[in-house]
Design a protein around this ligand. Structure first.
Ligand code: ATP
Length: 259
């Protein structure tokens, strides 16, 4: 689906992402974890066209995306959320989704091409069916600014889905949520992956929940990739424990997470 090769992003003298390579296969749910400042969001920005990598190669469906603008990434089936939800507060919840359906990602010509909706799951064809999918049906008429922070996060996921992605990048969609809400979010992400045939890459600090739900986890530390494996292996990796997991969770909790 997506292949990133030796991606490096420098800001002046700081190397935020240091030669990170990673591949994402169709249908995978992959987590990205690491300490604050490890380069997780910068890596996301680089693989979604928001930031131009200093060096490295990037291919979606085998076609190079180097130097392309973010809307070209969207047109090729990539959607993402941001750490701070980017919704339109004075527009109704339903209209936020409708905006994504109408405008996001695709150019007019591509809409004509997509007009017959061939291959688009029916739940992604209307704003109301997307709202039903993410559990925001009851909030459809409210201004987006009036819904709770956790609902804002769901709405941003809905807006991303409205672009009919095949690859969904989620940046801390569970930040600030209660433990139960984080668990609900993880279940929703899995359900979306399964029902919509998505590839999902999910950055999150709620490590124990993430490790219980993803199939593979990539660990970044000081811009470098220090692990890329199934959760069971990653929690036993001494470098990962030293750099991150030792602080984030006790051994017993980690064992439970990857059980
Ligand atoms: N636009 C920028 N200009 C300069 N430095 C930046 C910029 N964006 C990020 N950085 C720096 O790059 C490094 C990686 O930041 P990044 O936000 O990618 O980390 P992160 O792993 O996502 O952290 P967090 O978990 O806190 O969100 C940090 O040192 C950060 O200060």
């Amino acid at each position: 689906m997506l292949v990133a090769q030796d991606i490096t992003v420098r800001f002046g003298g700081l190397t935020a992402v240091d030669q990170v390579s990673a591949s994402f296969m169709p249908g995978e749910l992959v987590g990205i974890i690491g300490p604050n400042g490890a380069g997780k969001t910068t890596f996301f920005n680089a693989i979604s066209g928001v930031t131009q990598p200093t060096s490295g190669r990037l291919a979606l469906h085998g076609r190079s995306l180097a130097g392309q603008a973010p809307h070209r990434f969207a047109a090729r089936g990539l959607a993402r959320t941001f750490q701070t939800p980017r919704t339109f507060g004075d527009m109704r919840v339903r209209d936020n989704i409708a905006f994504g359906l109408k405008f996001a990602g695709r150019r007019r010509r591509e809409y004509l091409f997509w007009g017959d909706e061939v291959g688009v799951p029916w739940v992604l064809r209307t704003a109301d069916s997307i709202l039903g999918l993410i559990g925001l049906g009851a909030q459809a008429e409210l201004p987006a600014a009036a819904i709770t922070p956790s609902q804002q996060r769901l709405l941003e996921i809905g807006m991303a889905l409205a672009t009919r992605p095949q690859l969904l990048l989620l940046d801390e969609v569970a930040a600030g949520l209660t433990e139960n809400e984080v668990e609900d979010m993880a279940r929703l992400i899995r359900r979306l992956r399964d029902e919509l045939d998505l590839t999902v890459v999910w950055i999150e600090h709620a490590v124990s929940t993430l490790l219980r739900h993803v199939e593979r986890v990539i660990v970044l530390h000081q811009g470098r990739k220090i692990a890329d494996d199934v959760p069971r292996a990653v929690i036993r990796n001494p470098e990962v424990i030293e750099a991150y997991l030792g602080d984030e969770m006790g051994d017993a909790e980690a064992e439970g997470a990857a059980a």
